[in-house]
Design a protein around this ligand. Structure first.
Ligand code: CU
Length: 351
């Protein structure tokens, strides 16, 4: 099965830059506008290792519950509520990466997933995040310190470790990413084949991981996080998060995707990375980095967006505060200005 990497995707974006990109029109405004939403008692999001064992258990149980709750996205081949969130990401992949709304679209997806865990599966905490920078060893590229940790550990209420070793074929690895150490099914933790299945996407089956230590240790380096936090405005922040599609340009968005997913793992797949439950902890941490950056100058940064509408079109049209994004049937359409404040009412959580 051909495994489309994020970078291959970017290359195809570049190739079609001049072509028109589908823009989803906003819903017509209903004559009776709904009452503005209010955020009360926002759940506090914690790093996985800050959570008690019973909080970790209730989170994992809620994720498994989503996989046993019937789909409502209306997307063909999404069977359950876990699949729904993966499927919406998969369908919109060509329009939500290397764009100004990349981080805010993903913020909305993670928050919607958090809401489903809470409202449909009885979870009462915040979406956890994985601060991978705690695990990176930039001075020891081959360090496997991350694998396992309390996040990627073998325990029943942990995310499990590497996949069984499988060598990719050249066709599966067109960008020649080296140093993969896994590639097959995850063998321990909460999401083993007997308990969890990736349903959506071209390659349904077990959850796969393919740890790439050198890449993880470079991309999740705390210095890379500081580099992002030092950016002066939203457009620069957003661009530094993703950088350019090259394994030679360490960027924190790539750390969880390619450090954990490598060539063959679920996390390394452009469309279908949300098939790995760890996706939401990885993107939760990227969201926390956005939150930290915003807190440094809230007056400006809770009211600022920028960056291209069309993927990688950095000289072209920029997104504005009124630019509308959608999650299909999973949530209402939202303007970017409603996604800047995590307690806007459309969103309701804190760190
Ligand atoms: Cu994505």
């Amino acid at each position: 099965m051909h495994h489309l990497s994020l970078f291959a995707l970017a290359a195809s974006c570049l190739a079609t830059l001049a072509a028109s990109v589908p823009v989803m029109p906003g819903e017509p405004i209903p004559s009776e506008a709904p009452a503005p939403q209010v955020c009360r008692n926002p759940p506090k999001r914690l790093e996985w290792r800050q959570m008690s064992q019973s909080q970790q258990k209730s989170y994992i149980d809620a994720v498994i519950c989503l996989t046993m709750t019937e789909s409502k996205s209306g997307i063909a081949r999404a069977i359950n509520r876990f699949d729904d969130h993966q499927a919406v990401h998969s369908v919109q992949t060509p329009n939500i990466h290397w764009v100004g709304h990349f981080i805010l679209w993903h913020r909305y997806l993670v928050a919607t997933y958090e809401k489903a865990l809470r409202e449909e599966c009885g979870y009462d905490g915040g979406q956890p995040y994985w601060d991978w920078s705690q695990d990176a060893r930039s001075n020891d590229p081959n360090s496997l310190a991350t694998f396992p940790t309390a996040v990627l550990g073998p325990g029943k209420y942990s995310f499990g470790g590497n996949g069984a070793p499988v060598a990719p074929t050249p066709a599966q690895n067109p960008l020649n990413l080296t140093g993969g150490t896994g590639g097959g099914c995850v063998r321990d933790g909460a999401f083993t084949p007997d308990r969890f299945r990736v349903n959506y996407g071209p390659d349904p089956g077990c959850l796969k991981r393919d740890f790439v230590p050198w890449l993880f240790n470079a991309f999740a380096d705390p210095a890379r996080v500081r580099e992002v936090l030092d950016q002066p405005d939203y457009a620069a922040f957003a661009r530094t998060l993703e950088k350019v599609p090259s394994f030679e340009a360490p960027n924190i968005h790539g750390s969880g995707h390619f450090g954990v997913g490598g060539v063959l793992g679920t996390m390394g797949n452009a469309e279908n990375s949300p098939g790995d439950p760890l996706f939401y902890l990885h993107h939760g941490n990227l969201d926390r980095v956005l939150w930290l950056w915003q807190q440094k100058d809230p007056e400006t940064r809770l009211n600022q967006v920028g960056g291209p509408v069309v993927p990688m079109d950095y000289g072209g049209k920029n997104v504005t505060l009124d630019f509308t994004v959608n999650l299909g049937e999973l949530a209402g359409d939202a303007m970017l200005k409603q996604l800047l404040d995590t307690q806007s009412g459309v969103l309701c959580y804190t760190y």
